[in-house]
Write a protein that binds this ligand. Sequence first.
Ligand code: PMP
Ligand code: GLN
Length: 387
Amino acid sequence: MPRRPLLADRLSGLGTTIFAEMSRLAVETGSVNLGQGFPDTDGPPEVAEAAVAAIRAGVNQYPPGTGDPELRQAIAEHQERCYGLCWDPDTEVLVTTGATEALAATLLALVDPGDEVVALEPFYDSYAAGVALAGGRLVPVTLELPECALDLDALRAAVTPRTRLLLINSPHNPTGAVLSRAELQAVAELAVERDLLVLTDEVYEHLVFDGREHVPLATFPGMRERTVSVSSAGKSYSFTGWKIGWVTGPGELVTAVRTAKQFLTYVSGAPFQPAVAAALRLGDAPLHQLRDALQAKRDRLCAGLREVGFAVHAPAGTYFATTDIRPLGFDDGLQLCRELPRRCGVVAIPSQVFYADPERGRHLVRWAFCKRDEVLDLAVERLRALR
Ligand code: PMP
Ligand code: GLN
């Protein structure tokens, strides 16, 4: 009897995430892991202590479905303090299981089968999965390295009558691009003109370098009412494993996202929620400290990778640097990344997995620099074997 494939059609082709594959390789080979983006130093100790205190104080049962009220209040305060955006913490803020769930729940809530979602390519891998889960179709608009300028004509051309949503990620993983105010303004004008919903992934909002600024799309005229903004404590406070993320947006959109979210996890991370509230209330100091430390690490790793012989694209934001591997005589990043652990004891991410057509990113490899200086130095030292 012919057997139907186990995996549902909508998930076919998704396989195992590159992060799982490469982090497993790192453990198996004892490699320096510059692949998956997680810091090797925890965030502020007082925030960790707040989580311990919450566990001890018995904050261990289900929190409210929309999230701990104190955390929702702190998220609203943060948005107002940093961007002048005012949200009602009871109806316009939703706590999620990391930005990953926020993105998936938003896509499930807003996208019907056949709808198109226009996203910047290369795109973070959960976008393709989230759109696939919703039965939609991802339509890429490519940011071409090294400039990574947003091609507005391509963006306009990508919007069709089937377009439901623009999914905009800035600061952008994996390229490290930070969209300029003028580019964001153009995106906003297009969204208003074509009456599109917008989902913005701003998890790297505080990781922007060289005096650049992050401007949320929701601050542009006509955008507040059509934008779902997503962020997470993982990147801003270096607690990626806590998986506390959030959505902000107008009540109607947040209610739609909550409708999907409540049947994914319902809630999560009870004791981490008051701890993240405490983190958000620490003000700018820890955010600036992390940003400045990462800017120095960017420069350190990029200089090292350049010395090894890669063509290096130093990012404007995030904690990822991208290299072109061709100057060293390689032409397939996936193959190189699969060989690197055994060859050099270093793990990186092949950027081709972030492209709809992997050929476009075949020569690119992404390196995370959110690691201690000695770890970055060790990686560079080991990579010298490639020369
Ligand atoms: N969006 C982007 C662009 C990311 O790089 C990540 C990586 N963590 C996420 C979303 C997911 O964030 P979280 O860990 O909070 O789920
Ligand atoms: N966002 C992280 C990265 O891009 C990884 C998160 C994950 O493992 N899914 O490296």
